[in-house]
Ligand binder design. Structure first.
Ligand code: DGL
Length: 263
C-alpha cells in the first residue's frame, strides 16, 4: 500500500492525483485533523507528529510514504528518510523541479503556510537547482482554515487571496508554486487573482508523476505496493466539514475512518 499523510484533508489532493495516475495501487491515508493545522506550529511539534503519522501508516501496511504536507516536508522529510526503511516521497522536490523548468523570466512565487515559508526550503532548493532564479514567497496562514471549513468559493476567500498574492504580482512572477496541499482546492481563484499568464504549479500532480516513474523503474517495490485491500482514509478526528471537502476532492463520498490510537 502507498501511505500518505497530511495535517488534514489537503493531502487528499495528493491522494486523488496518485489515484488518477496509479489506479491499481491501494492507498492508506492519514489526515491528522485532531491536531490540524500544522502551519502555525513549531518545527519540533511538526517533526513529532510526522514521526507518529509515518509509524501509523507503516503499522497499517504502507510500504512507501508520501509526506503530502509541505509544512511537514519542510522540516521533517530528511529525518523521516533517515529513520524509516521505506521509500519516502514528499511534495516539495517535484514542485521545485517543475517550477525551475517552467519559469521563463526567472521569477518564481511560492505560497504556503507559515511553517513552510519560515523554513526557507523553497528558496534553498530552487537556488540549488538554478542559482539565478529569484524566489518571492508569501505565507498565507488564513487559507488552510478556509479550506478546512469548506469556504472554497466565498467572496471573503477571494478577497484574502487577492491580498496575499498582491506582492507576488508586483514582483511579476511568471510561475507560482502552490506550496501547500490544501491550495489546489483554491486553484481557480488563485489563477484568476495572479493572472492567466502566470503558470501555477500544483505539488499534488507533481508528486504523483514522480511516483509513477519511480514505480515503473522499480518493479519489485511495485509488486509490494500493489498488495493489500482497497484504499482507506483515516483521520484523527471526524468533522462534517472534512467529509464535505473530501467528497469535493474525490468527486464521490469518502468513508472516513476514525483512527487516533497512535496519538
Ligand atoms: N496541507 C498542509 C501543507 O501542505 C497544510 C498544513 C497545515 O495544516 O497548516 O502545508
Amino acid at each position: 500500500m502507498i501511505g500518505i499523510f497530511d495535517s488534514g484533508v489537503g493531502g487528499m489532493t495528493v491522494a486523488r492525483a496518485v489515484e488518477k495516475v496509479l489506479p491499481d495501487y491501494p492507498l492508506i491515508y492519514f489526515g491528522d485533523l485532531a491536531r490540524s493545522p500544522y502551519g502555525p506550529k513549531s518545527p519540533e511539534k511538526i517533526i513529532q507528529y510526522s514521526r507518529q503519522n509515518t509509524r501509523f501508516l507503516l503499522d497499517q501496511g504502507a510500504r512507501l510514504i508520501i509526506i503530502a504536507c509541505n509544512s511537514a516536508a519542510s522540516v521533517a522529510s530528511e529525518l523521516i528518510r533517515d529513520e524509516f526503511d521505506v521509500p519516502v516521497f514528499e511534495v516539495i522536490t517535484p514542485a521545485v523541479r517543475q517550477a525551475v523548468e517552467a519559469t521563463d523570466n526567472g521569477r518564481v512565487g511560492v505560497i504556503g503556510t507559515r511553517a513552510t515559508i519560515r523554513s526557507g526550503v523553497y528558496e534553498r532548493m530552487i537556488a540549488a537547482a538554478e542559482p539565478g532564479i529569484k524566489v518571492v514567497s508569501s505565507a498565507c496562514p488564513l487559507l488552510v482554515p478556509l479550506v478546512e471549513e469548506g469556504w472554497l468559493d466565498r467572496r471573503e476567500t477571494k478577497m484574502i487571496i487577492r491580498r496575499y498574492l498582491h506582492p507576488l504580482k508586483m514582483q511579476q512572477v511568471d510561475t507560482l508554486v502552490l506550496g501547500c496541499t490544501h491550495y489546489p482546492l483554491l486553484r481557480a481563484i488563485i489563477q484568476a487573482k495572479i493572472g492567466k499568464r502566470t503558470q501555477v504549479i500544483d505539488s499534488a500532480e507533481a508528486v504523483a508523476v514522480e511516483l509513477q516513474s519511480f514505480i515503473e523503474k522499480n518493479p519489485d517495490i511495485a509488486a509490494d505496493l500493489a498488495a493489500g485491500p482497497g484504499s482507506r482514509y483515516c483521520v484523527s478526528d471526524i468533522t462534517d466539514a472534512a467529509s464535505g471537502v473530501a467528497a469535493k476532492i474525490f468527486g464521490r463520498k469518502i468513508n472516513l475512518e476514525l483512527a487516533n490510537g497512535n496519538l
